[in-house]
Design a protein around this ligand. Structure first.
Ligand code: AMP
Length: 225
């Protein structure tokens, strides 16, 4: 398999399962999962100078200014593990971010998750995150073995500050306005593949397998090219 050198973007609205699928794909493919949302939450938790600057944006469901998030991402991509490829989750979210990314790396594949709003709202309003390792759970579909405790590291689970109904609405608006136009951008480059998840109860493995199929088709095509 050639996958270890692939640069993949998992694209989709908040609550489309990007983080869940990306973390599973990382374990299978052996390339890092780079989530700008996780990076933002870590800065805020550690109360760094950047963290203090971006907290308000993240809490309101707005985008962090391009300059800040682009600098954070470039910094992360310079780490040695990212030289072997990566799965990007939550970046790019604006045209400017996409253009900056293109200046530093060639994106091989963009997996576009298509999920109806009802499923997103149900999913986000029941989502739980591990405060220690960031693993994602769901009260309806992905319950931890012990209530409120992470199966993987034993950390305590919490609800994200931005998973409140009014903030979810704002995040969906921001997605439609600033991020959705990127679908056309990547479709035009011929690197975008669509995946559909219309049912809240679809197990993550089903979608992960679909994405793996897309990845192996891409590999076959690039060998033939
Ligand atoms: P996420 O976990 O991907 O939903 O991201 C959580 C929050 O972090 C977002 O609502 C934004 O405030 C911020 N954020 C994450 N990635 C980006 C990005 N690429 N551009 C701007 N803001 C971002």
């Amino acid at each position: 398999m050639l996958v270890s050198y692939m640069r993949i973007i998992i694209f989709g609205p908040p609550g489309s399962g990007k983080g869940t699928y990306a973390s599973r794909l990382t374990a299978i493919l052996g390339i890092p999962h780079i989530s700008t949302g996780d990076m933002v939450r870590e800065e805020i938790k550690a109360q760094t100078e950047i963290g203090r600057k971006i907290k308000e944006y993240a809490d309101r469901g707005e985008l962090v200014p391009d300059e800040i998030i682009i600098a954070m991402l470039i910094n992360r991509l310079e780490k040695p593990d990212a030289k072997r490829g990566f799965i990007l989750d939550g970046f790019p979210r604006t045209m400017r971010q996409a253009e900056e990314l293109e200046k530093i790396v060639k994106v091989d594949l963009v997996v576009n998750l298509n999920v109806p709003d009802e499923v997103i709202i149900q999913r986000l309003s029941n989502r739980l995150i591990c405060g220690r390792c960031g693993a994602i759970y769901n009260r309806l579909t992905l319950r931890p073995k012990v209530d409120e405790i992470c199966d993987i590291c034993g950390g305590e689970l919490y609800r994200r500050e931005d998973d409140k109904p009014e903030v979810i609405r704002e995040r969906l608006n921001v997605y439609r306005r600033s991020t959705e136009p990127l679908i056309q951008y990547y479709r035009g480059k011929g690197v975008l593949r669509d995946v559909y998840c219309n049912d809240l109860m679809t197990p993550p493995e089903t979608i992960v397998n679909e994405i793996l199929k897309i990845i192996s088709e891409y590999e076959k095509e690039s060998v033939e090219r």
